[in-house]
Ligand binder design. Structure first.
Ligand SMILES: Nc1ncnc2c1ncn2[C@@H]1O[C@H](COP(=O)(O)OP(=O)(O)O)[C@@H](O)[C@H]1O
Ligand SMILES: [Mg+2]
Length: 240
């Protein structure tokens, strides 16, 4: 399997907070990898490092064999990496259409953009029904679909999802999980999924990394981790 992402020995800190203490992980082509761990463990920092929003202090990030760290954020999007950030970042007063089109800001291929829009609306028919409506009128679940759709408008090869189930009605979490599985299958995109809902993340990923205070403490095949007593005790207790 070809590696699409190699994140190696990365250290990252903000002022005095040591957020990543030598973290290594890989994602291969077409694979869905989960990143689980409590609040503050460093999961979002990994995504911010990949997307160039936070500067790493040591280590390296390679994407499709090329050095990625040091690249400007907009160029990282152009290379095929799109992120769905934590906490439903929608443009509330813009229409669903305009929110989706924001995802294509690095693209100039009009026909390709129209094709991507068509495929997003086919995948999420609710967005098609609400195409001209203001984003603020959508439910939380619909907004999350829209933000995922916006990331797909960049036509990514690597999709980074930061807690897509956070704040979403439990009934809709399953819909989002199913959408992630379908996207990875249909668009041949690799997915790095950050989740506090470890059960959901482990159930739809092939491998996973469990984090605690800036370090990876356990990693392996998701199915096996799900029955690992240490994972059960620290990450699966009391959920769902
Ligand atoms: N912009 C920031 N400034 C200072 N500290 C930060 C900033 N962002 C995150 N941190 C700290 O870095 C650590 C890791 O945070 P984060 O990567 O957001 O964790 P997670 O996504 O797993 O909740 C935490 O201690 C957090 O408080
Ligand atoms: Mg986070």
């Amino acid at each position: 399997m070809t590696e699409i992402l190699n994140f190696k020995d990365v250290e990252l800190y903000y002022d005095h907070v040591y957020a990543l203490k030598g973290v290594s992980l890989t994602v291969t082509e077409g694979e869905t990898v989960a990143l689980i761990g409590a609040n503050g463990a460093g999961k979002s920092s990994i995504l911010r490092a990949i997307t160039g929003l936070a500067k790493i202090k040591a280590g390296s990030i390679h994407y499709r064999g090329e050095r990625l760290d040091g690249t400007r954020a907009a160029d990282i999007v152009r290379k095929g990496i799109a992120m769905v950030p934590e906490g439903l970042r929608v443009f509330p007063f813009m229409s669903v259409r305009d929110n989706l089109m924001m995802g294509a800001f690095t693209r100039t291929d009009k026909a390709g953009i129209a094709q991507s829009l068509d495929s997003v609306l086919t995948r999420f028919p609710r967005l098609k029904e609400r195409f001209g409506q203001q984003a603020s009128t959508l439910s939380g679940g619909e907004q999350q679909m829209m933000v995922i759709g916006r990331a797909l408008m960049a036509r990514p090869k690597l999709l980074l999802l930061d807690e897509p189930s956070l704040g979403i009605a439990p009934k809709l979490v399953q819909d989002i999980a199913r959408a992630i599985v379908a996207i990875s299958r249909d668009e041949k995109v690799s997915v790095l999924l950050v989740e506090q809902n470890s059960r959901m993340a482990l159930s739809i990923s092939s491998r996973a990394y469990a984090m605690s205070t800036g370090s990876v403490v356990l990693s392996g095949v998701s199915k096996e981790l799900m029955s690992d007593d240490r994972i059960k005790a620290a990450y699966l207790g009391g959920e769902l």
